[in-house]
Design a protein around this ligand. Structure first.
Ligand code: ZN
Length: 306
């Protein structure tokens, strides 16, 4: 049975730098991401679309409010539906992403939809990246240089971040969240740490996380601190033979208890167990087992206000 929920308000586009905007969707929990919009000359580039048809329609309207330039590129930071389900609503754009992002969008399709039964997805259709690279690449958008930098494995095995070297603005995707619990079910703990190092080395002035308010590089420190907690929780639980749920329950979240969707700790411990067992990075976890454990830890169904 699915609980009746009131969806969060539709997102708003806010300018953070000349020609650089963030479409933000509080409360930034499950399914509520940030998108980025960069406008230069007579073209625009979008970083990620939204989870539902209605939300991406709003994003389109908000872009129209600030610019008449067509969206020429949509860069997907990774394959998850809250960043890609709206791709098809930009048929005029070339969708750019990591080859793994394309592969997962094609193989998973809409598999995640039943896990979020209360959400009105609308008429969602799959539209994967058609311009794919696992190398660093540059898009020259009018006067603005846009760098697409692969950092996988991290949140997934196909993450890229979008870096504006002139403005020193970084769109970090879900490699770095702010005030929202990171999740590495489909990624890697070790890889996430290396990725944070790459992001730090860029020395960004502004960091737009995949979920949560825009901030500065201090976001990386908070996320790294959380990963330390995940690792020590997982090592303790692994040695004692605990399930990920038991290990999560034996952990004091401390300052991270404030972050939304803290049940992700269960999935993060499960991923770390896989790495402690020496399994290859990216070994799939059983989503069918992990999702119920997260629900049990939270004490309620996953809270998705999309
Ligand atoms: Zn994600």
């Amino acid at each position: 049975m699915t609980e009746a929920i009131t969806p969060a308000a539709l997102g708003d586009l806010v300018q953070i730098e000349n020609g650089v905007y963030v479409f933000s969707q509080p409360d930034w929990g499950w399914g509520l991401n940030n998108s980025g919009v960069i406008v230069s000359g007579d073209t625009a580039l979008l970083v990620d679309t939204c989870f539902t048809e209605r939300r991406t329609n709003r994003l389109r309207e908000e872009i129209r409010r600030v610019s008449t330039s067509p969206v020429k590129y949509v860069v997907n930071t990774h394959h998850h539906g809250d960043h890609t389900f709206g791709n098809y609503q930009f048929p005029e754009a070339t969708i750019v992403g990591h080859p793994y992002c394309r592969e997962k969008i094609l193989s998973e399709g809409l598999d995640v939809v039943p896990y979020f039964g209360a959400v009105d997805f609308g008429d969602i259709r799959i539209s994967p990246p058609t311009l794919c690279s696992d190398a660093r690449s540059t898009i020259l958008l009018g006067e603005v240089t846009v760098e697409v930098i692969p950092v996988a494995p991290a949140h997934t095995l196909g993450d890229v971040v979008v870096w504006l070297p002139q403005q020193r603005v970084l769109f970090a995707g879900d490699v770095a969240l702010n005030g929202s619990t990171p999740v590495i079910t489909d990624g890697s703990l070790a890889g996430s740490r290396l990725a944070l190092g790459i992001l730090r080395s860029l020395k960004p002035r502004l960091v737009v996380p995949g979920h949560g308010p825009t901030g500065g590089p201090e976001i990386f420190d908070a996320v790294a601190g959380y990963f330390d907690l995940v690792e020590s929780a997982a090592r303790r639980g692994y040695t004692r033979g605990l399930t990920p749920l038991e290990a999560a329950r034996a952990t004091t979240l401390g300052e991270y208890a404030e972050w939304s969707d803290s049940e992700r700790l269960v999935a993060n411990i499960a991923r770390t167990y896989s790495e402690l067992r020496g399994e290859p990075i990216g070994t799939p976890l059983a989503r069918k087992e992990i999702a119920p454990m997260m629900t049990e830890f939270a004490g309620h169904p996953l809270r998705c206000l999309a």
